[in-house]
Design a protein around this ligand. Structure first.
Ligand SMILES: NC(=O)c1ccc[n+]([C@@H]2O[C@H](COP(=O)([O-])OP(=O)(O)OC[C@H]3O[C@@H](n4cnc5c(N)ncnc54)[C@H](OP(=O)(O)O)[C@@H]3O)[C@@H](O)[C@H]2O)c1
Length: 346
């Protein structure tokens, strides 16, 4: 057993491990996983000390929640932190080979609902699907223009009105410990900050070795308002772990040429310092004082041990300086190991 350090979520009493388990692959993202393999994967992750797990109704249209709940139910003493999401209800839709990038999902399709009733129903549905009596963190899922385009304006209003009221009520009643947004764009988190008192944001793919625009205003605001950030998609969906040796994913599609050429430059520095690229990808975001946890998605049993290894690889300060000197990470990005970075926890 090899627990990661812990950091506090916002100003709540909840603490999470700095390394968590991203549950999107458990819903058969890109490729199917058998129930047996999912059980082995989750058993291996538990034995390896993973205690923060993230899932969502969206992941395999219920499949990830069912698999994760089945695995966590055995640990009656708890001792773990579980996040799931609201904003998508699941409606019966028949069997399909693929829906929304998930292979052989459950026979449901998604219906967006960010209203008070929709959020309350989504929370109750998740408890039933998980077969658990507690969810620790509830994220409002994929509100924002990236998902909803021009419909977002009206949906955002609903989410910040009824949706937020439902989340706030669940938190006040103690039925969840923390509330936030789970999204792939920081802009909507910044907008949401003007409408509510959020504990944390699960920001996927937008504060990574490849992308740091969140440094401009979003991350400083999180520090100022004591909101934590959980970094999803730390490999930008794959390219920062596969590297350029095979066709990696970037933002859930084939990595484009400009990304491949940046990653090639990073790989050259990784070779010079004998640092695995995914090790740098996992460790970099945690240097920011707003970041509480990184949650890579794991699809295979062997990923559990390699993830732990990457997370713990010692990386010399000179490596980070070389990335910065080559303009591969921004000059104002906090670097791991530097004084004042997030390493001492919050
Ligand atoms: N809007 C949201 O709230 C949102 C959005 C995105 C993500 N998230 C959360 O963040 C989590 C992580 O994001 P993600 O899964 O989308 O992307 P990611 O963590 O950037 O990349 C995950 C992929 O990297 C590969 N991988 C992971 N560990 C590996 C290892 N040790 N060795 C080799 N390959 C490895 C796997 O690809 P292969 O399957 O190809 O092997 C895996 O599917 C999600 O699972 C989810 O919990 C939330």
């Amino acid at each position: 057993m090899n627990r990661a350090q812990q950091r506090r979520i916002g100003t709540t009493d909840l603490v999470v491990d700095t390394l968590g388990f991203g549950g999107a692959p458990l819903g058969n993202l890109y490729a199917p996983i058998s129930d047996g393999d999912a059980r082995d994967l989750l058993g291996t992750a538990w034995d390896a000390g993973f205690r923060y797990y993230d899932t969502a109704p969206h992941y395999g249209q219920g499949l990830s929640e069912r698999r994760l709940g089945d695995a966590l139910r055995g640990h009656r003493g708890g001792g773990y932190v579980l996040s799931t999401k609201v904003g998508r209800l699941l409606a019966p839709a028949g069997y399909a080979d693929e829906r929304h990038l998930y292979r052989s999902p459950m026979p449901f399709d998604i219906v967006y609902d960010y209203s008070y009733d929709g959020v309350m129903r989504s929370f109750e549905d998740s408890l039933q699907r998980l077969g658990l009596d507690r969810i620790d963190i509830l994220y409002l899922h994929d509100i924002g223009e990236a998902t909803h385009g021009s419909d977002n304006h009206a949906l955002f209003r609903t989410a910040m009105d009824g949706g937020y009221r439902a989340l706030d009520e669940l938190r006040s009643d103690g039925r969840v410990s923390a509330i936030g947004l789970g999204v792939n764009e920081w802009e909507v988190c910044e907008a949401a900050m003007e409408h509510g008192d959020w504990d944390c944001f699960l920001l996927a793919g937008r504060y990574t070795l490849l992308e740091q625009a969140a440094l401009d205003s979003f991350l400083p605001k999180c520090v100022e308002r004591q909101c934590s950030v959980v970094v999803g998609g730390p490999y930008n969906s794959g390219i920062l772990v596969t590297g350029t040796r095979r066709q990696g994913h970037y933002n859930y599609a084939a990595a484009p040429d400009d990304v491949l050429s940046t990653v090639r430059c990073m790989e050259a520095i990784c070779r010079d310092f004998d640092v695995p690229l995914p090790a740098a990808a996992l460790q970099f975001p945690l240097a920011h004082p707003a970041v509480a946890s990184v949650i890579p998605g794991m699809a295979r049993v062997k990923h559990v041990a390699s993830t732990r290894r990457y997370f713990n690889v010692p990386i010399p300060a000179a490596f980070w300086e070389a990335l910065r000197d080559e303009g591969l990470v921004r000059a104002d990005a906090p670097l791991p190991g530097a004084p004042g970075t997030g390493e001492t926890g919050r």
